[in-house]
Design a protein around this ligand. Structure first.
Ligand code: GDP
Length: 458
């Protein structure tokens, strides 16, 4: 049982319409009531749950009014943390919120750690880990689409699917124990259809989820895209044309590359991390080597390469050298500068691109919409239906792959004629791996690691 009461400023630090100080725990209402002077004679200790009260934050000890506020009182269990929660809405700005928080702390609350409110929601059983992770995904979502999928996860899309597979496996273990209890039935595991079909069914359920994970990763993390081509084909011009229309508002997320500059944009809801090789170029002195050498890093990292041909110049060795570097990558070919007289061998471009390229002018923007549609279609190979499930989190993907390995090993164990005990060991291992996604088998380190990524106040 968690018995201390925590508090933090839950809104961003800085000037704004309002700031919110959130308090959660057994003493939340008591603490709030000790520093609140209602306009009408109201004692917060005796108000109904989920009600809002107007008044002032008041430092009784020094007889000083701190701010004019609205106080929300939400009583356990129907709250964010499942504990008593009070939220003080004060005037936006650093000082009012900071002073009220200090007063709350002086009156018995402890400063919350990053993510501690959500962690309590998890520890108190309101959210599983996948739902808690969805909270941070919602906060950090890069586009409308990313946000939509994070919200589906918060509502339990991942939890439900994983729980279903887990329950199926638990039922199989029960089935094995039943066999052990009635040996006279004389059923051998290797020809026990119920068991083998059950395992295969779970493997195919896992495969169905894994199939969505590439699309899901891109929706959550963004499509790493590099614009590549010899000097002066128009890489920066295309980058700027794309950014001018689609720049996404994202804050820098820790852990992204340091040595390569990334620009973020949204194409039809798909977050795109554009690896800015143009930026790299300016720091390189040996112009000749730029096209080939410095692009290598960007190419390695990219999910998609936009390779640019310059239609106003003949093909050169540089073009071929770079094309060789991207042989094994997914490439979107672009013929740029179509507003200028053509000097390129179009038959050769046809041949090099397999006949698939987008004609473009970064100058007049002609063809930019076609380029955007093409990017969208590349990611959404089979489109995206209204409420299609996507697995967006790569931690979940890793756990599913491990669970699948356990099940495959289980089939081999059955085939080799080992006893029920061995089979149930594999099944239990699979269940444990699935439990990492929902949280039952997550150890403290993993749980802490997940919540450390949150901001204070969430
Ligand atoms: P980078 O070296 O590949 O990044 O190429 P830049 O974007 O710096 O462009 C090289 C030159 O080509 C610049 O003078 C641009 O203004 C010009 N340029 C780029 N795209 C176009 C285009 O579509 N049409 C025309 N006419 N000029 C372009």
């Amino acid at each position: 049982m968690i018995d201390d009461t925590i508090a933090a400023i839950s809104t961003p630090i800085g000037e704004g319409g309002i700031s919110i100080i959130r308090i959660s725990g057994n003493d939340a209402v008591k603490i709030a009531s000790s520093i609140f002077k209602a306009k009408r004679n109201i004692d917060l200790n005796s108000v109904k749950s989920h009600t809002v009260h107007y008044g002032f934050i008041y430092d009784r000890k020094n007889d000083e009014i701190y701010d004019e506020v609205l106080v929300n009182v939400m009583k356990s269990p129907h709250t964010y943390t499942k504990e008593d929660v009070v939220e003080i809405n004060c005037h936006g700005g650093y000082i009012p919120a900071k002073r009220i928080l200090e007063l709350v702390l002086r009156n018995g609350a402890r400063l919350a750690e990053p993510g501690e409110f959500t962690k309590r929601a998890f520890l108190n059983g309101r959210l599983d880990i996948s739902q808690a992770e969805a909270v941070i995904d919602i906060i950090r979502s890069k586009t409308d689409l990313s946000n939509k999928y994070a919200l589906m996860q918060l509502k339990g899309s991942v939890k439900d699917k994983i729980t279903k597979i887990k329950n199926d496996l638990v039922a199989l273990i029960a089935h094995i124990f039943a066999l052990m209890d009635f040996p006279e039935e004389d059923v051998e595991l290797f020809n026990d259809d119920e068991l083998i079909d059950g395992i295969n069914k779970s493997i195919s359920d896992i495969d169905e989820i894994l199939k969505t994970s590439e699309k899901g990763r891109i929706i959550r993390e963004g499509l790493n895209t590099a614009i590549i081509g010899k000097p002066n084909v128009g890489k920066s011009s295309l980058l700027n044309a794309l950014l001018n229309e689609n720049r996404a508002i994202v804050t820098d997320i820790p852990g992204t590359t340091r040595d390569i500059i990334e620009e973020h944009l949204s194409i039809k809801g798909i977050p795109i991390n554009l690896i800015d090789t143009a930026g790299i170029r300016q720091t390189d002195e040996i112009v000749e080597r730029i096209g080939v050498e410095r692009s290598r890093e960007a190419i390695d990292k990219a999910d998609l390469i936009m390779f640019i041909f310059d239609s106003s110049r003949p093909l050169e060795k540089d073009d071929y050298d770079i094309l060789k570097l991207i042989e094994n990558k997914k490439v979107l070919y672009i013929l740029n500068k179509i507003d200028l007289p053509s000097a390129i061998d179009i038959d050769e471009v046809d041949k090099l691109s397999g006949g698939k390229y987008v004609k473009l002018s970064s100058f007049t923007k002609e063809g930019l919409d076609i380029l955007e549609n093409t990017v969208y279609n590349i990611v959404m190979v089979d489109g995206l239906s209204h409420d299609e499930f996507l697995l967006t989190n790569m931690r979940h993907k890793d756990a599913l792959i491990k669970a699948k390995e356990n099940l495959l090993s289980c089939l081999r164990t059955i085939e080799s004629g080992l006893t029920e005990d061995f089979v149930s060991i594999d099944l239990n291992a699979a269940i444990d791996h699935l439990g990492l996604i929902t949280g039952e088998t997550a150890n403290e380190d993993l749980i802490n690691e997940i919540f450390e990524r949150f901001c204070v106040g969430k």
